[in-house]
Design a binder for this molecule. Structure first.
Ligand code: C2E
Ligand code: CA
Ligand code: CA
Length: 487
């Protein structure tokens, strides 16, 4: 507690804010000086000192209220945004708040360096500034996040205007860079009475927009908060699951359609939680991929699949290799090659005994740091396969560019053969692509005898699916393998 300022005995309220307190003290000082009986020269010096202090105080005030700008973009900063929100809410206005977050800034920083990143940030800020009318406010909240404060009724129009403004790329360092905004909207006072609460709501809505991957903007609703809490809960359950050993792998056999021999296995993760029951990967893997749990889980899957492979080999099973699903997140980190190497070494396996299944998405996006990861994996001798081939991407360029060994045709296209002509066409086309590029082809999701006959007929050799077997424990897999003709 600071000492009571002079004059507080007169009952004046003691202000809480530091600048207000200084100003208050200065007034008291001025009053005291006026009452003092000092020689004329001394009084002048005292008044001068007090005036100088008052000037400094005014400057501090001015800086706080008028000049709180982010140096990089020239836009109002976080503090100024909070204050503008507070003022509008206090005045009883319907406030619209847009939380704008950009997707590609980090990549520009990584690829072109921070100078280029800064230039892009400033250019993006300028575009935002360009669509905001007088009376509304756009500011930088931090990082690549901006807040737009407007009248409540204008929020949606602004969301559309922001998207329109980013329809054209930015030209930085002689290259075109597209920047896609994710926008969350919250309305005050309906969603929050104070700046912090309102910003939190808009942030949650923005996160939902990003998660959806396809919405232009998302409006806050209370269910978002509940879903967010549910995700946090799932997150903590997943973290504990690692420690408590609730994960296991099952192995789905891959079979040669002509000879019925076992040619491989795909490791599939299973999670049994006492409270949640049996959880299929569809229910948690996308969640895991977004969190830092993935690194640990991915490492465990690699090690466990290799350990099982070693156990099978020791039991006399001549299985050429085991396939493991790898998330894009793992490929983007720099640990994948190291973890793969460690898993192989610990199980005393050659690289060829392991296959990594990667989804197309990470390959198409052409990220700068995947090239090194691919080179390192290639050096280990592991087999690289593109999973769910054909689902949604048509850029085939990467097939030539990257050291890919095989394709895995998605179940999506196998379901309809031989009845559906378009599925038949896709199966034939993909088989053709694989054949001409010298890639191996595995077909997944074979459930019926007619599918097997059709695939065999067009020349596909390797397949997996419920027609043969679902995923099996390591021991059941061994038993199953012994029922098949040996190579
Ligand atoms: P995926 O890689 O496409 O795996 C094939 C999925 O299809 C598996 O589901 C498998 O059980 C199922 N399946 C196999 N044959 C048939 C069939 O004939 N009919 C039908 N209806 N389904 C069949 P699962 O095990 O639920 O895995 C779902 C997805 O989860 C996988 O799709 C994969 O993307 C992901 N996943 C599984 N394990 C892992 C893992 O260890 N790491 C990562 N990152 N992802 C994993
Ligand atoms: Ca797979
Ligand atoms: Ca699939």
């Amino acid at each position: 507690m600071s000492a009571a300022p002079p004059g507080s005995d007169r009952g004046a309220e003691h202000p809480a804010d530091a600048l207000e307190r200084l100003s208050f003290a200065l007034q008291e000082l001025r009053a005291t000086a006026a009452r003092l009986e000092v020689p004329s020269g001394g009084a002048g010096a005292l008044t001068q000192a007090i005036d100088a202090l008052a000037d400094a105080l005014d400057a501090a005030y001015a800086e706080r209220t008028h000049n709180r700008h982010d140096p990089l973009t020239g836009l109002p900063d976080r503090g100024a945004l909070h204050e503008a929100l507070r003022e509008r809410l206090a005045a009883g206005a319907e406030v619209g708040l847009l939380y704008i977050d950009f997707d590609r800034f980090r990549r520009v920083n990584d690829a072109l360096g921070h100078d280029a990143g800064d230039r892009l940030m400033a250019a993006a800020a300028q575009r935002l500034q360009g669509i905001v009318d007088a009376g509304d406010l756009i500011g930088r909240h931090g990082g690549d996040e901006f807040l737009l404060v407007c009248e409540g009724v204008r929020a949606l129009a602004y969301a559309n205007a922001v998207h329109a403004a980013f329809g054209e790329p930015f030209h930085i360092g002689g290259e075109a860079h597209w920047v896609t905004p994710s926008i969350g909207i919250a309305l005050g006072p309906a969603h929050g009475h104070d700046p912090a609460a309102l910003i939190r709501c808009a942030d949650l809505a923005m996160y939902e927009c990003k998660r959806s991957g396809r919405l232009d903007w998302c409006m806050y609703e209370p269910a978002l908060g509940q879903r967010h809490r549910a995700r946090l809960r799932l997150d903590s359950q997943l973290r504990q699951a690692m420690r408590k050993g609730e994960f296991r792998l099952v192995y789905q056999p891959q079979v040669d359609l002509a000879s019925n021999q076992l040619v491989g296995a795909e490791a599939l993760i299973r999670w049994h939680n006492p409270a949640l029951g049996e959880m299929r990967p569809d229910r948690f893997i996308t969640h895991v991929e977004r969190s830092d749990v993935m690194a640990g889980l991915g490492r465990w899957v690699l090690a466990e699949a290799c350990r099982q492979m070693r156990a099978w080999r020791d039991a006399g099973l001549a299985l050429p290799r085991v396939a493991v699903n790898v998330s894009s997140r793992q490929l983007l980190g720099d640990d994948l090659a190291r973890d793969t190497h460690a898993a192989l070494r610990d199980a005393d396996l050659p690289g060829e005994a392991l296959e990594l299944e990667l989804t197309e998405r990470v390959l198409v996006e052409d990220l700068p740091d995947t090239t090194e990861a691919f080179a390192a994996l290639r050096a280990l001798g592991v087999v690289l396969t593109i999973d769910d081939f054909g689902e949604g991407y048509s850029a085939l360029e990467y097939l030539r560019r990257l050291p890919i060994h095989g394709l895995k045709l998605s179940k999506l296209f196998v379901d309809g053969v031989p009845e559906t002509p378009s599925d038949v066409a896709v199966c034939r086309a993909v088989h053709g692509i694989a054949h001409h590029l010298g890639l191996e082809l595995v077909v997944e999701g074979v459930e019926r005898e007619q599918q097997r006959a059709f695939l065999l007929d067009i020349g596909v050799r390797r397949a997996q699916g419920f027609l043969f077997s679902p995923g099996l424990s390591g021991d059941d897999f061994l038993a199953y393998a012994r029922t098949l003709p040996s190579p």
